[in-house]
Write a protein that binds this ligand. Structure first.
Ligand code: BGC
Length: 719
């Protein structure tokens, strides 16, 4: 093992500062090819290449190996570079977007997907994953909602931790693993009006209760890095937010890993208007706790000067460098600077049948049957089926952050259905496009024609894959283009129609819901999307996803989320009935189109009863709630049983419902099971107005069902 203290003591200040910088691979690759443009633009000299500590945005193992070799030749200290990448939902075998994975309510599956991604990415020369992204978000307009698992903090904590575990596998000393960089700290998903990068203003107790726990859960699960967010939080950009990075992260949580800024975020401090120039921005960012500068070059340019001027201490530089060196050591880089990187291994390990099977299972478990008036599942004996819509024969199912996933490796709905149905006639018509502003209706006639001829229709519609993710905010949440018109015409021509919805965010599809006999929300399902869709359509897989996020009726309801407070003037009448001087809309109900936790099945799960073990509990006791469920159908299936709690009286306003626990349970046909949940005092805690995590005595309601839908409810008291 390299003695890191000794190594640090041998490094010059300039070499130390080099370790605190991260660059795009192209800067290096092009300069090696004699192209100096990117180097000059980054303010670098050829010699700088040997002192830079980290790199990202390279293409594969081959490139990574070349870069590391070249670097090590020139670095007299022989400190390997760190290689990082955004492997958000798969490396080459792409599985559903994280928001979809959240709907699986299956942390083991999420861990398995992450393990697969780590195996592939490690062979591709990745050491650190810029994931999990666990930004809490209540607003579907924000395109990056696709990257997070849920609008529920608890579920987001569980799924974030599952990702960290999956990436890390049996430990970072094993080369088929990835270290995690949790992001974006903090509250990036609270952007005003859902517009990316926008201002965030939040009270501290709301921040602590809803926004911060998932970052902490990922750190507790072993994340070694963290990335501050682009946004300002209560007036201070996260990158320059000493309260976040020093007070909370370092002092309160004791985080000992590495803080890497987001892309060019130090320079953006000037655009935010909190730093006059790059030097001041570097000083601010460093003193606020950022160890690595992602691509802005301000550290490389100014840290040395700032140390000489006494604005930054060398001791703090040493502390930051030591954190970076420790991570490199933990990853085993001093022994093997390439870890699992190997072009042959990368080729052989990616997209194997085993990996495709995991991605397919993840896609079926993430899909949510939003509506079914009985048309689904379709019979496999069908003679003629029409696949209609822009997603019918479209391999763009990977979504944003597809890493090295290729459309050409992706199974389309058409291919999936072809494989599923032996000998049936399949008519496939695009009908129209799926981009905003598409007005072309020339394909409608052929679509209606196909619908009329077919025994059954699958309408494959939704949001374009480039409409979610970074920078892709929307002010409307309908189906882009003329897809709704297409759907209306097709459904009028043939009512035996099921909709496959492809999307990166909740959509406000109220009219579609009214007209469509059945809707399966596939999200953006990844490489095996078409196979998963076919399995669900024909009942080879039984839908079991539950929404991890609320679907609004109208965009004007945003932000809309299930665990909202009550107000002093809540509605008293049925949703949609207008009440004067009550908290409601004139032109829309308060309830969402589909609630958090909603999701149907081909099985028929009947909640028969619920019992509670005691009506009073003291702080050291637990209350057991038992729910009996009967699968009243001849179809085996899975049901995610959800338990919600409401703290009825407290010192600050509490949500009307909060998911307290869930269990995903398998049922055989006609099977009855009783599922029990233990409620303890810890589950009743919240952040009070003094920003303390407390539980308060008094009455609580507990119910089973899903958001806004109580099957059974009981009250108990904490005494
Ligand atoms: C994104 C991060 C990402 C980084 C590096 C930024 O634009 O906000 O999520 O990890 O780029 O690719």
């Amino acid at each position: 093992m390299v003695n890191l203290d000794k190594l640090l003591s041998q490094m010059t200040l300039s070499e130390k500062i080099g370790q605190l910088n991260l660059y795009n691979a192209n800067v290096f690759i092009e300069s090696q090819a004699g192209i100096t443009g990117p180097l000059v633009n980054a303010g670098l000299t050829p010699d700088d290449l040997y002192r830079v500590g980290s790199i990202h945005n390279y293409n594969n193992a081959e490139e990574m190996i070349t870069l590391q070799e070249a670097h090590l030749k020139g670095d007299r200290n022989k400190i390997p570079m760190l290689f990082l990448m955004d492997v958000i939902h798969g490396y080459k075998t792409i599985y559903p977007i994280p928001l979809g994975l959240g709907c699986s309510f299956d942390p083991e599956l999420v861990e398995e997907c992450s393990r697969m991604a780590a195996r592939e990415a490690a062979a591709g020369g990745v050491f650190v994953n810029y994931a999990p992204m666990v930004d809490y978000c209540r607003d579907a307009r924000w395109g990056r909602i696709m990257e997070t698992c849920s609008e529920d903090t608890g579920l987001n904590c569980i799924m974030g931790a599952a990702q960290v575990k999956g990436y890390r596998g049996e430990g970072l000393d094993r080369d088929d693993t990835l270290a995690s960089c949790v992001k974006h700290f903090a509250a990036y998903g609270g952007a005003e009006a859902g517009r990316d990068y926008n201002t965030v203003e939040l009270s501290e107790h709301i921040l602590r209760e809803f926004y911060l726990p998932a970052y902490k859960a990922c750190i507790d699960a072993g994340a070694d890095m963290i990335m501050p967010s682009f946004n300002s939080l209560n007036g201070v950009p996260a990158t320059a937010n000493s309260w976040l990075l020093n007070t909370i992260l370092r002092d309160e949580w004791g985080f000992e890993g590495v803080v890497v800024t987001d892309y060019n975020a130090i320079s953006e401090l000037m655009v935010h208007g909190v730093a006059e120039n790059g030097k001041q921005a570097a000083e601010l960012a460093f003193n606020c706790g950022n160890h690595i500068d992602m691509v802005s070059s301000n550290y490389l340019k100014y840290l040395e000067e700032l140390v000489k001027e006494g604005k930054i201490t060398e001791e703090e530089i040493d502390n930051a460098v030591m954190r970076v060196l420790k991570l490199k050591q933990k990853l085993g880089l001093f022994e093997d600077p390439y870890r699992a990187a190997s072009p042959e291994k990368e080729r052989s390990i990616c997209l194997t049948p085993e990996h495709r099977a995991i991605a397919r299972r993840a896609a079926t478990e993430s899909a949510v049957l939003l509506k079914n008036d009985g048309v689904l599942p379709f019979s496999k004996k069908i003679k003629k089926i029409a696949l209609i819509g822009p997603y019918a024969d479209n391999n763009k199912l990977l979504s944003w952050w597809r890493c090295h996933g290729e459309n050409d490796d992706t199974v389309t709905v058409k291919q999936g259905v072809e494989k599923m149905l032996d000998g049936a006639e399949i008519i496939c018509v695009r009908g129209c496009g799926n981009e905003c502003g598409d007005t072309d209706i020339t394909g409608f006639e052929a679509a209606v024609d196909a619908a009329k001829q077919a025994d059954a229709v699958v309408l494959c519609i939704g949001e374009h894959g480039e409409y979610c993710g970074e920078g892709n905010s929307r002010a409307t949440l309908g189906l882009p283009g003329v897809q709704l018109e297409l759907a209306t015409k097709v459904m009028a021509a043939n009512h035996n129609t099921a909709v496959l919805l492809f999307t990166g965010r909740p959509l406000a599809i109220t009219e579609l819901d009214q007209e469509a006999p059945a809707i399966i929300n596939m999200w953006h399902p990844g490489t095996e999307g078409g196979n998963a869709a076919a399995e669900l359509l024909f009942g080879k897989a039984n839908p079991c996803g539950k929404l991890s996020v609320t679907f609004p009726k109208e965009v004007g309801q945003c932000p809309i989320y299930y665990n909202h407070a009550n107000t002093g003037r809540p509605k008293t009448k049925a949703d949609g009935v207008r009440e004067i001087n009550r908290s409601n809309y004139i032109d829309c109900g308060n309830l969402p189109l589909y609630s958090f936790g909603h999701g149907l099945s081909y099985s028929n799960f009947v909640y028969e009863n619920m019992s509670i073990s005691k009506l009073n509990m003291n702080k050291n006791e637990t209350v057991t709630v038992s729910v009996t469920i009967y699968n009243d159908s001849n179809v085996a299936g899975k049901e995610t049983v959800q338990l919600y709690i409401r703290d009825k009286i407290a010192s600050n306003v509490r949500p009307i419902q909060q998911l307290a626990a869930f269990k995903k349970v398998s049922f055989d046909a006609f099977e009855r099971k009783t599922i029990s949940f233990a409620i303890n005092e810890e589950m009743l805690r919240f952040w009070n107005n003094e920003n303390k995590l407390v539980s308060e005595t008094g009455e609580f309601e507990v119910f089973t069902g899903y958001a806004d839908h109580k099957y059974f409810s009981e009250n108990f008291r904490l005494i």
